[in-house]
Design a binder for this molecule. Structure first.
Ligand SMILES: *[C@@H]1O[C@H](CO)[C@@H](O)[C@H](O)[C@H]1NC(C)=O
Length: 731
C-alpha cells in the first residue's frame, strides 16, 4: 500500500511558501488540483517551513486518526511517535511513525486510556507535544494537565474550554449567554389550555405537548396552531391521567424533520476565531453518523453566515483555542438550535478540509505551538462538494449495522481507480478488525465540483473498493448514495428508518441487471471449466465448445443468500474455441457482454446492453464449483450454476425449515459478556434482559423473546463469545 506522497511538496531547505496568499487565487487558476490521480489531498494548505515548530509529537491514538495526524506531521517535517497496545504492534500507525512505544495489553483501559503510561512514553521519547486524535484521551483534562506539568503541549483546546463545554447544562447556559439560538422551552408545569396557547406562541409553533410522566407516545401531541394546542392539551391531559395517574403537562419546541448540521470552528491563542462552513450529518443510526457531507444542501448563504457567527461567538465566549465543532439541530423552517460543542478534532473533519483546502490538523499543530492562524475569514470559501462514508466492519442487515470482526484477507482501496477520492484508513491487507476497538475500516471521502459529481464518485469508489474477510457496511452505503430521496437532499435524522422501514435488505436487481449478472456468471463459469480442461487434458480450447448448454441459474438474495428461486436458461459458447470471444444466451436471447470477462481481476467493468453509458462494476468474491458470489451495487449475490435437470429437481425441494429461535438467545455479534442476569430455573418474561454483550465499545442488551423458564445459561461474565453462539436457552 502506498501511503504518502508528500515528498514532492516537502522543501527541507525551507523555501517559504507564501502562507498568506489567498487560497482562492491559488487554487482556481494556476495550481493544478493535486487531488486528481494523487493520494495526497491534504497539501493544498501551504506549509511554511521557516516557521518554528515542534520537533517531535506523540500521537495518543490508533487506527485511521493516528495515521491521518502523522501524514500532516510528516509533511510539516515533524518527527512522530506512535503508542500502541501489544496486539497493535504491527498496526499501520506503528509502521508509519518514526518511533513507537507499547503502552499495554489490548483492552483500551489498559493501553490507549492509560494516561500514566502515555506520559512515560512522552518522557522516554522526548516528544514535545501530544495530539490525542478523537475519543480516548482527547477530552481528558487530567491528562492535559499532567502533560503540561511534564513540560509538553496538549494539541487541543485549553482545559477550561473542554470542561465548560463538556457539561450539558453548563454549556447550554454559556451558549445562551453568548446569544447562540437555544431550543425554546418553558420550565415548569402548564396549568390550563389558555396557558398552553400562550406558552406555545412564546416558543413558536410547532410545539410538543407532553405529559411529565409520559413515555411511549402516550399523553403526547404535536400542535401547529392555537386550536391544536387547546385540543392537544385537553386530550393529552386526560390520557396522562388515565395512563400514568399523573396529569402534569409540559410544552416544548417540536423540531419537525430534524437535521443534524454542525459548524467547524478554528481558533488560536491570540483571540482569532474562524468558522469553516458546515457539515451535514443527518444520516445516522443509533445516534452514530453514517454518511456526512459538506456543505449541506439545506443551508443557504445567509443561514450559513448566521450559524458560523454564532459558533464563533460561542468559541470566543469560552476562550477556545483549537479546532472544534458546534453542533446544531435544524428544523424544516431552517431554524437552528444549539446541541453541544465538541472540543476535539471530529471524525468527519476531512470533508471540511476538502471544501476549504485548509488542513485542520496542520492548523491545530500550529496554534498549539503558539502561532496565530494564518487565514482570515474572508479567505474561506466553499470549493465544490464533499461526502464521507464511514466504512465499518458491521453487518448492515442487522439494525443498520452490528459490529463484525475478522481479518482482511484482501484489501484494495479505490484511490487509484476513481478520481477525487481520499481514503483515511489505518489498516491494510492482513490487518485484523478485533473486538477491542472501533470497527471503523476507513473514512471514504469523495470530492467533486458539485454534489452530483461528488456523489457519483462516491458510488464509483464504493464499487471499486475491495474488502474481503470482514463483513462490512458497503451494501448499505452504496444503496444510500443512489437512493432517490438522499440524492435529492431531502434528508433528516429519521432517514434510515423512514427509507428502510423493514430494515435494510440489500440492493434489488431489475430484469436487465439480473440477466447481465447471470450472463457474466455463466461466462466466468464456462471460462473456469475451459481453463481446467486445458490444464488437465492439455487439450486445445477448440475441443471444449460448447461448454454450458441448457444450464440454469439461481440467484440468492443479498440479505441472507437464500434462494430467490429465480432461474434462467443459459447457453454459453466460445466462438471458434476462443475464450476471449464469448456468446451468452439467457432464455434464448443473446446478452452482449462488453468489458472485462476475466477470472484474475477482483473488480470487473462491464457495459450493460452494449450501451456505453450503462456501465456496471462487478466484483467477484468467491468462485466455488458451481457457485459464484458477486458484488453488484454494493450487495452480494450468490449465483448458482447447475444443469437444468438439477435445477428442475431443486424446484421441488422443500424450503429449509426455520430453527425455532424463540427459545434461545444467540450472540448477535462477537464480543465479551458484560453481565449475566439470567439464572437457571428462573422464570423470565418476554422482553426481560438476560445478559449484556459488549463489542467495540457498544453495550447490547439481549432479551428473552418469550416468557418461560431458563433452561441453561452457557456463558459467564467476562467470557468472549462468537457470533451465533447460544448464550441462554429457555424451556
Ligand atoms: C421528503 O421526503 C419525505 C419522505 O419521503 C416526503 O414525505 C416529503 O414530501 C419530501 N419532501 C420534499 C420537499 O420532497
Amino acid at each position: 500500500m502506498r501511503l504518502i506522497s508528500f515528498k514532492q511538496s516537502f522543501h527541507p531547505q525551507g523555501i517559504a511558501l507564501c502562507a498568506f496568499r489567498s487560497r482562492w487565487a491559488s487554487t482556481s487558476a494556476s495550481v493544478k488540483d493535486p487531488r486528481v490521480g494523487d493520494r495526497s489531498i491534504y497539501t493544498l494548505d501551504p506549509i511554511d517551513y521557516n516557521e518554528p515548530k515542534f520537533n517531535k509529537i506523540l500521537i495518543a491514538n490508533r487506527g485511521e486518526i493516528a495515521c491521518r495526524v502523522m501524514k500532516t506531521a510528516r509533511a510539516m517535517g515533524i518527527k512522530t511517535v506512535a503508542v500502541h497496545s501489544d496486539v497493535d504492534s504491527n498496526a499501520l500507525h506503528v509502521k508509519m511513525a518514526d518511533e513507537a512505544v507499547c503502552v499495554g495489553p489490548a483492552p483500551t483501559s489498559e493501553s490507549y486510556l492509560r494516561a500514566d503510561r502515555i506520559l512515560d512514553a512522552v518522557k522516554q521519547t522526548g516528544a514535545q507535544a501530544v495530539h490525542p486524535g478523537y475519543g480516548f484521551l482527547s477530552e481528558n483534562t487530567d491528562f492535559a494537565a499532567k502533560l503540561t506539568a511534564a513540560g509538553a503541549t496538549f494539541i487541543g483546546p485549553n482545559s477550561k474550554a473542554i470542561l465548560d463545554m463538556g457539561d450539558k447544562i453548563h454549556s447550554k447556559r454559556i451558549a445562551g449567554e453568548a446569544r447562540v439560538n437555544m431550543i425554546p422551552g418553558y420550565d415548569g408545569e402548564i396549568a390550563d389550555e389558555d396557558q398552553c396557547v400562550k406558552v406555545a406562541n412564546d416558543i413558536g409553533y410547532p410545539v410538543m405537548i407532553k405529559a411529565s410522566a409520559g413515555g411511549g407516545g402516550k399523553g403526547m401531541r404535536i400542535a401547529w396552531n392555537d386550536k391544536e394546542a387547546r385540543d392537544g392539551f385537553r386530550l393529552s391531559k386526560q390520557e396522562a391521567a388515565s395512563s400514568f395517574g399523573d396529569d402534569r403537562m409540559l410544552v416544548e419546541k417540536f423540531i419537525d424533520n430534524p437535521r443534524h448540521i454542525e459548524m467547524q470552528v478554528l481558533c488560536d491563542k491570540h483571540g482569532n476565531a474562524l468558522w469553516l462552513n458546515e457539515r451535514e450529518c443527518s444520516i445516522q443510526r443509533r445516534n452514530q453518523k453514517v454518511i456526512e457531507e459538506a456543505p449541506s444542501s439545506f443551508v443557504d448563504p445567509d443561514m450559513r453566515r448566521r450559524m458560523g457567527e454564532q459558533a464563533v461567538q460561542l468559541a470566543k465566549a469560552v476562550g477556545y483555542d483549537s479546532a472544534g465543532t458546534v453542533e446544531f439541530l435544524v428544523d424544516s423552517k431552517k431554524n437552528f438550535y444549539f446541541l453541544e460543542m465538541n472540543t476535539r478534532l471530529q471524525v468527519e473533519h476531512p470533508i471540511t478540509e476538502e471544501i476549504t483546502n485548509i488542513d485542520i490538523v496542520q492548523q491545530m499543530i500550529r496554534v498549539a505551538y503558539g502561532h496565530q492562524l494564518n487565514i482570515k475569514q474572508s479567505d474561506i470559501g466553499i470549493n465544490g462538494w464533499s461526502f464521507e462514508s464511514r466504512v465499518y466492519a458491521e453487518d448492515p442487515y442487522k439494525g443498520f449495522g452490528l459490529p463484525s470482526v475478522g481479518r482482511l484477507t484482501k484489501y484494495e482501496e479505490p484511490v487509484d481507480r476513481v478520481e477525487g477520492i481520499r481514503c483515511d484508513s489505518g489498516i491494510r491487507e492482513g490487518s485484523e478488525i478485533s473486538i477491542y476497538y472501533d470497527p471503523l475500516i476507513c473514512k471514504l471521502v469523495s470530492h467533486g465540483p458539485n454534489r452530483q459529481v461528488a456523489l457519483d464518485r462516491m458510488r464509483d469508489a464504493l464499487d471499486n473498493y475491495v474488502i474481503r474477510g470482514v463483513t462490512n457496511n458497503i451494501p448499505l452505503l452504496r444503496d444510500i448514495v443512489e437512493e432517490e430521496r438522499f440524492r435529492s437532499g431531502n434528508i433528516t435524522t429519521k432517514y434510515l428508518p423512514e427509507t428502510y422501514p423493514q430494515g435494510f435488505e440489500g440492493a434489488s436487481l431489475n430484469g436487465n441487471e439480473e440477466r447481465t449478472l447471470v450472463a457474466l456468471t455463466a461466462a466466468l463459469q464456462a471460462l473456469k471449466i475451459a481453463r481446467a480442461q486445458m490444464f488437465t487434458n492439455q487439450r486445445k480450447a477448440a475441443c471444449i465448445d460448447p461448454l454450458l448448454k441448457d444450464y440454469s441459474f439461481v440467484v440468492g438474495s443479498p440479505k441472507n443468500g437464500s434462494d430467490s428461486r429465480k432461474t434462467a436458461n443459459v447457453n454459453v459458447k466460445f466462438i471458434d474455441g476462443n475464450t476471449d470471444n464469448v456468446e451468452v444466451f439467457v432464455d434464448g436471447t443473446e446478452v452482449k457482454l462488453c468489458g472485462d470477462i476475466c477470472l484474475a481481476k477482483s473488480v470487473l467493468h462491464l457495459d450493460i446492453d452494449s450501451e456505453a453509458s450503462k456501465k456496471a462494476t462487478v466484483q467477484v468474491v468467491s468462485k466455488r464449483p458451481g457457485e459464484l458470489v458477486v458484488i453488484y451495487k454494493g450487495s452480494q449475490f450468490k449465483m448458482r450454476v447447475m444443469p437444468k435437470a438439477v435445477s428442475e429437481l431443486l424446484q421441488h425441494m422443500k424450503e429449509k425449515p426455520k430453527v425455532d429461535l424463540s427459545s434461545v438467545v444467540l450472540s448477535p455479534m462477537p464480543g465479551a459478556i458484560k453481565t449475566v442476569s439470567a439464572q437457571v430455573g428462573q422464570m423470565v418474561t418476554e422482553g426481560q434482559e438476560l445478559c449484556v454483550i459488549e463489542a467495540m465499545k457498544m453495550q447490547n442488551s439481549l432479551h428473552a423473546s418469550k416468557t418461560g423458564k431458563v433452561k441453561a445459561v452457557n456463558v459467564k461474565e467476562g467470557q468472549t463469545v462468537d457470533e451465533g453462539e447460544v448464550l441462554v436457552e429457555l424451556e
